[in-house]
Design a protein around this ligand. Sequence first.
Ligand code: SAM
Length: 212
Amino acid sequence: MRLRNIPGAQEAIRESEFVIENAQEKKGNWSSVFGNTNPIRIEVGMGKGKFLMELAGKNPEVNYIGIERYSSVLLRALQKMEEEQRSNLKFLCIDAKELEDVFSPGEVDKIYLNFSDPWPKDRHAKRRLPSREFLARFDKILKKDGRIEFKTDNRGLFDFAVEELEPAGWKAEKITYDLHHDAEMAEGNIMTEYEEKFSALGNPICKYIIYR
Ligand code: SAM
């Protein structure tokens, strides 16, 4: 998904009204950014933003924040927002390792992880977003009864993610290994860019919803 060296990407992000710069200053005060006290849900590793654009359009009573570390990728989401604006959607161009600097404990109502990078080498396991290291970070910002929802077509990554739950102190509320043929879990499903691409190839999509 990394689109390298798009000229002007960083400048466009700096100037965009949809991107929150110096997000650390908003910690504990995100309601002021949105002008309401609606719940805040975030997608970590948002990519080009299709999922959040649709979700934010369907749920105006919820605030959404997309987290994407690459400006060249985030630029695509900004272009979509220029065409079709959403007052309940903002973007942050940061690494997910910085989430604790940006949100205070319990400030986030739900976290979405969609088609997270698999980092296949064992020595890179800590970089996987559903790893115990990242679950510990998410634990700090997610409200007490909050949920994380994770989808991927990568069975190896999904099996790893499920194995991480117990040592990290999380429990599965729901798990499916074929989301699109699971009537209950597929209800209201919004496809991400990667989900469209890989399900079109016939890959089953795995999903869990977890809590602690
Ligand atoms: N969620 C989108 C989807 O399902 O179509 C994009 C999936 S893409 C494989 C993963 C995205 O996560 C990439 O754009 C990558 O830059 C971003 N990403 C990976 N690790 C990240 C991190 N630690 N912090 C922020 N973004 C990250």
